[in-house]
Design a protein. Structure first.
Length: 344
């Protein structure tokens, strides 16, 4: 096997800088890859104790939204259906109250979180998460039907609410980038479904882009590269996201025109993902060679010219041995096939 001269961090940071990687990076959202260290690890700030997963009994976020989950969803939480806390956007002032900001010794908090993350800074980049998803938080308050109607019927009230939340998050983001000194910042907001965005580009630019610009300003002022998570066919918003400092976009699902995107934004925006596992008709039986070939096909299609990291996995019930088997094939192939790809 090809032995790289670069660590996962060094190799991944190349695509954030618009440079050619030595080998195909494997992006795992900060989780351990099949082999070696992840390209980045989240180091905080975690000052609100927000868990990555939702326990079976559910949890509340810092704004009072109740999230539920189950084993089949991998304990990824969703706002509890039919139990939304905001019915009328014009009355948001009466319902939505910013939580009390705890007293934080930011220098000590950063030190504590770095120790907790057990990050090897030579191997993995240090990452912090913005923690504020404007569109998703609005939908969490109101549900999709009421939330989307509010955006169309009462855009000014939506702007008020989003900027009220931005006022709360902005000092946290400013302190985080100052004291944690991350290599990259992760920002997520799912503004699209599989086939189309939830809003027009005009609405995005009017309501959401100014909020994004506010919360990302401290990051851009320090020249820290930004990675964006946005599922679905969200390519309509990429011009604006690149303008806002985004250098890598995941999961870059194939419902977008990924080859055209790679060409258009070459050297400005890298794509991480570009793979979609499809449950075979023979499930739970699956062919190992076909599964591995699907990973190789994705790398062959999107790796040429760089600007790409493979993110490949099968989603399913936690503890399902069949899903675990599929993932062992997918993840090992992503690592092994991509390792020497650029020296063929």
């Amino acid at each position: 096997m090809y032995k790289s001269k670069l660590t996962p961090k060094e190799n991944y940071m190349r695509i954030l800088k618009g440079e050619m990687p030595e080998y195909v990076p494997v992006f795992t959202m900060g989780n351990p890859p099949w082999k070696g260290e992840p390209v980045y690890k989240n180091v905080g700030p975690f000052i609100f104790g927000m868990p990555a997963m939702t326990p079976p009994e559910g949890r509340y976020d810092i704004w009072g939204v109740h999230y539920v989950a189950n084993e089949e969803t991998g304990y990824g939480g969703i706002p509890e259906p039919n139990n939304f806390i905001l019915e009328d956007i014009t009355k948001w002032h009466q319902v939505i109250k910013a939580p009390k900001m705890p007293e934080v010794d930011w220098e000590q908090q950063a030190k504590k979180n770095y120790e907790f993350a057990k990050i090897n800074l030579d191997e993995s980049a240090a990452c912090i998460n913005v923690g504020f998803m404007p569109f998703q938080q609005l939908i969490a308050f109101m549900g999709f039907n009421s939330g989307l109607c509010a955006l169309y019927e009462e855009p000014e009230y939506c702007k008020e609410l989003l900027n009220y939340m931005a006022d709360f998050y902005l000092p946290v983001i400013e302190k985080s980038v100052e004291y944690y000194k991350p290599d990259l910042v992760y920002f997520a907001d799912d503004t699209a479904a599989k086939l189309n965005p939830f809003m027009s580009v005009e609405m995005f630019r009017d309501i959401f882009k100014p909020v994004y610009e506010r919360i990302l300003k401290p990051v851009n002022e320090r020249g820290i590269p930004i990675q964006l998570h946005n599922c679905g066919r969200c390519e309509d918003f990429l011009d604006d996201m690149v303008e806002l400092g985004v250098r890598v976009w995941d999961p870059a699902q194939p419902t977008n025109d990924l080859l055209s995107i790679k060409e258009k934004y070459k050297g400005k925006l890298a794509v991480a993902g570009c793979y979609e596992w499809v449950v075979p008709d023979t499930w739970p039986d699956a062919d190992e060679e076909e599964t591995r070939q699907g990973v190789r096909d994705a790398i062959d299609k999107y790796a040429p010219g760089g600007g790409f990291a493979i993110a490949a996995n099968a989603l399913g019930r936690i503890g399902d041995p069949d899903i675990a088997k599929i993932n062992s094939w997918i993840k090992s192939e992503a690592y092994l096939y991509g390792r020497g790809y650029y020296i063929k």
